[in-house]
Design a protein around this ligand. Structure first.
Ligand code: IYR
Length: 222
């Protein structure tokens, strides 16, 4: 069994309390400008930016440091087209039958439908896979822990990194999205978690008028 090894917490920087408070406000102001966008420009985005956003996501806290995620970055127009065709097929069934009325009612304020042109327009589709278990070099399986929580946290950090880089994203979840394993050549041990569409917003991009809950609705201080 590998033994625990430690070193000092040399990356930690304590801030004066005033600076702490200012930064907390500024970060909130920064994050609240993020909007999920469904209308993308085809303007190219440097690959290094995407690479660093994924490295940022990879710093996420996760179960037993198994880092149970894999990111497939798609920019090839042919692959994007295949993803669009497969996703729209699922979405058509969702919107015209599979989804219960209650779900469709919940989505009405967002104005979504089965048409997903952004899957071809946006420069990058980042398919995020959750690794259900690992495989050792001798073929034995190793258990991963808190996979959904871990990948969810990493995805949140990826979305934050993309926003901080001045780009926009869309969390797209065609359901079911097992077609992504086949199209992107990912093994059975990986489950598609989410498709993050990334790029610049279209010049005329519009977003729905929706609001976030207040602090007293989402938090309780005891
Ligand atoms: N996956 C569908 C439906 C959809 C579901 C939820 I929950 C949303 O917040 C938005 C859309 C789609 O992408 O249109």
């Amino acid at each position: 069994m590998p033994e625990a090894k430690f070193h000092s917490l040399d990356s930690y920087e304590e801030l004066p309390v005033e600076e702490m408070a200012t930064r907390a406000v500024e970060f909130y102001e920064h994050l609240r400008r993020r909007r999920t966008v469904r209308e993308f420009s085809d303007r190219p985005v440097p690959r290094e930016v995407i690479e660093h956003c994924i490295k940022a996501a990879g710093t996420a806290p996760n179960g037993a440091n198994m880092q149970p995620w894999h990111f497939v970055v798609v920019s090839d127009p042919e692959v994007k087209k295949k993803i669009r065709i497969a996703a729209e097929k699922e979405e058509k069934e969702f919107y015209s039958g599979r989804a219960p009325q209650e779900w469709l009612d919940a989505l009405a304020p967002l104005g979504t439908d089965e048409h997903k042109p952004f899957l071809e327009t946006a420069p990058y589709l980042i398919a995020i896979f959750a690794e259900r278990y690992g495989i050792l070099s001798d073929g034995r399986q190793v258990k991963n822990y808190y996979v959904t929580e871990s990948v969810g946290i990493a995805t949140g950090m990826l979305i934050t990194a993309v926003h901080t880089a001045g780009l926009v994203s869309l969390t797209h979840t065609p359901s079911p999205m097992t077609f992504l394993n086949e199209l992107l050549g990912r093994p059975e041990k990986e489950r598609p978690f989410l498709l993050l569409v990334v790029g610049y917003p279209d010049r005329d991009a519009r977003v729905p008028e929706i609001s976030k809950k207040n602090l007293d609705e989402v938090a309780t201080f005891l």
